[in-house]
Design a protein around this ligand. Structure first.
Ligand SMILES: [Zn+2]
Length: 318
């Protein structure tokens, strides 16, 4: 099992926003993916002090392989007493039970009691949430959503989804989903869910690559398409932005988020893509606060920051 230390990396401009009166110590964060466990030690302002990563055999059904990986990664907290540990887990999770219910392609994670294991390893309380949902908490405590009571975080690229903070709470009802399968067109390509017209069939990397190939474009990545001088590439980028807005406009109309923080592939599109999405979204809203669209932090710390935000957020109550 490889255990790699990743060089210390500071989040730019760490500033505390809301005093909470909770422990002033460090925070623990864990990301669980098929075959990989990442762990970090963070300050309360979201600065990553140390990170560690351990791999496990994703094809194994033996939970002991995950135990060993967590044990390796937990060394990042040696000599510290985290106020709590947040876990951002892929797959289907049971936040109340502190378990991972199921992760595709990682049978050892089925029913895995990650909260109990980590509590034994680190001696701290542990909270578990789905990876896509915690991103909004990272933005809320450490990122572009700092100080706001309502906003949305948007995962773009291979995975599409929206996490919503509404009046200080993450909207995460049991059985609720992240929006990828909202019906946004009356026809279109077949979705992985077996239906047609889902948002993810027109607003993910797969759609963009497919269209770029169909148009005979040399570029297929969003960054290259945005930078292209070819008007066909520019039209495709505009169409992609519009498709993204098909979902975002619905979210804005239902929840009046006011701010959308883009993560993932959208960052490759940079300021030109951000501006396109914002302009389209503003054209689609009906009165009220004109929504802003901003780019989130670099992708690879997003889930860990969200997990740390889970610790600061505490239980949400009913
Ligand atoms: Zn679908």
């Amino acid at each position: 099992m490889a255990h790699e230390r990743i060089p210390l990396r500071l989040v730019p401009d760490p500033r505390p926003d809301e005093p909470t009166g909770r422990d002033t110590g460090v925070l623990g964060a864990v990301e669980v993916l098929p075959g990989t466990v990442r762990a970090a030690l963070l300050t309360r302002t979201g600065a990553v002090r140390d990170r560690a990563q351990a791999r496990f055999d994703a094809t194994s059904a033996d939970p002991a392989v995950v135990d060993r990986a967590l044990g390796e990664a937990a060394r990042v907290w040696a000599g510290h007493a985290p106020a709590g540990i947040g876990v951002a887990a892929a797959g289907v999770v049971d936040p109340a039970g502190g378990r991972i219910i199921e992760v595709n392609d990682a049978p050892a994670l089925r029913g895995y009691p990650v909260a109990d294991r980590l509590a034994e390893l680190a001696g701290a309380p542990v909270r578990v949430e789905h990876r896509a949902r915690v991103q909004v908490l990272g933005d809320r405590w450490f990122g572009a959503g700092r100080g706001r009571r309502s906003f949305a975080s948007v995962a773009t690229g291979e995975v599409l989804g929206v996490g919503i903070l509404h009046d200080g709470r993450v909207l995460a009802p049991a059985g609720g989903r992240s929006g990828a399968h909202m019906t946004v067109t009356a026809s279109g390509d077949l979705c992985t869910c077996g239906r047609r017209g889902c948002w993810k069939t027109v607003a993910t990397t797969r759609w963009l690559r497919g269209r770029a190939a169909g148009l005979g474009l040399a570029e297929s990545g969003l960054g290259d398409l945005v930078g292209s001088a070819d008007p066909v590439a520019r039209d495709l980028v505009a169409a992609y932005a519009e498709n993204l807005v098909l979902g975002l406009a619905t979210v804005q109309q239902l929840f009046a988020c006011g701010l959308f923080v883009l993560h993932g592939e959208a960052l490759d599109g940079g300021e030109p893509f951000r501006a396109l999405v914002e302009a389209r979204l503003r054209a689609d809203v009906l009165g009220g606060e004109l929504p802003r669209v901003v780019l989130g932090e670099a992708a690879d710390t997003g889930a860990l920051l969200g997990a740390a935000g889970l610790v600061l957020s505490g239980p949400q109550g009913p």
